[in-house]
Each structure stands twice: as C-alpha cells, then as structure tokens.
Design a protein around this ligand. Structure first.
Ligand code: NI
Length: 179
C-alpha cells in the first residue's frame, strides 16, 4: 500500500490506450487497487485511473460512499473498483458541468457529458458490474474511463472560455483544497 505520484497533463503516458486486465483476483491487481485507493484518498479525489499513476491497465477507482471535500455539494457516489469498462449512453442529451482532475491540478472546466449512461465491467474479483446511472455519478464514470482511452477533460471541452483556475472560479472551495 502506497501513495503514488500522480502524472500531470503533458506526460505522454496519460495519452495511451490502456490494456485490458486478463487475470482477476491476483496479488498484483490487488496491490495496484490498494495503491490507487490510497493515492485517491490522499488527494481527496473523486476518482483515479491506473494511467494516472503510470500503469497502462484498464482499472479505475471512484466514489467514497461519503461526501467528497473537493465536491461538497455533489451527491455521494458509491465506492467502486471498475475494470475493463464499457460505457453505453442511454440518451444523446449532453449536460455541461464543472470538472477538475488530479492530473490537471489547480484548474476546473465545464465539460459536456452524457447525463444518463449504463456502464459495465468487472470488480477486482472478476464479478460483473452493470449499472445505469445519471448526473454526477455518470459524469465521474465518464471522466475516469476517459483516462483509459488517453483523454483528459480539457480535450472534451467545447468552450475553452469555461476553463479557469479553481481559486479564481470558486474562492470558497479553493481555500480548503489546492485542487
Ligand atoms: Ni481525472
């Protein structure tokens, strides 16, 4: 168990298309997930993807089951380990809202995402996950899974005038959190 260094935008390893997990419930996989969770919690992140710590595998963790200090007004997302995910939009409607990313520290941007999705995948034991979700939960899943396809949220933005420094955009929140 360890808090790992989080790669920042500009690092080419964030732009790779990650490889699927073939073997579940292995020591190596459990260690990776333990490191992802430790690193996410140390940074108060809403989620973290393996490529963000330089591991080229389709593994993300997200949610805490409790309110997130970086997003105190957002709904609680269940703590989830998601492997080899597939996202299926349930509607074509896109919703724009603010996002931050531990690989893009100090900034927030308004990002269009599908408001209603179904996602499937597996947990670390190989048990299937199949959920249909909306709103913030759907946004977090799309953001984290994008890391597996080499996509950072600014690459999804359609209006870059809506990208800014957190401490300027949200002085109250930024006082407590660097990112
Ligand atoms: Ni991110």
């Amino acid at each position: 168990m360890a808090v790992r260094e989080i790669l920042k935008m500009g690092d080419q390893r964030l732009l790779r298309h990650a490889q699927p997990i073939k073997d579940f419930d292995t020591d190596a996989l459990h260690l990776l997930i333990s490191d992802l969770i430790d690193t996410m919690r140390a940074a108060n992140g809403a989620g973290l993807a393996a490529p963000q710590i330089g591991v080229d595998l389709q593994v993300v963790v997200f949610g805490s089951g409790t309110p997130n200090p970086r997003y105190p007004d957002r709904p609680v997302v269940p703590h989830t380990v998601l492997i080899n995910p597939v996202i299926i939009p349930m509607e074509t409607t896109m919703e724009s809202d603010w996002e931050g990313c531990l690989s893009v520290p100090g900034l927030r941007g308004r990002v269009p995402r599908f408001g209603h999705i179904r996602y499937t995948g597996f947990n670390q034991y190989g048990d299937p996950i199949d959920r249909t979700v909306q709103g913030f939960h759907a946004r977090v899943v799309q953001h984290e899974c994008d890391h597996l396809w080499g996509t950072l949220y600014p690459m999804r933005m359609t209006d870059l005038s809506q990208l800014g420094y957190t401490d300027v955009l949200f002085p109250g929140i930024a006082a407590a959190q660097d990112d």
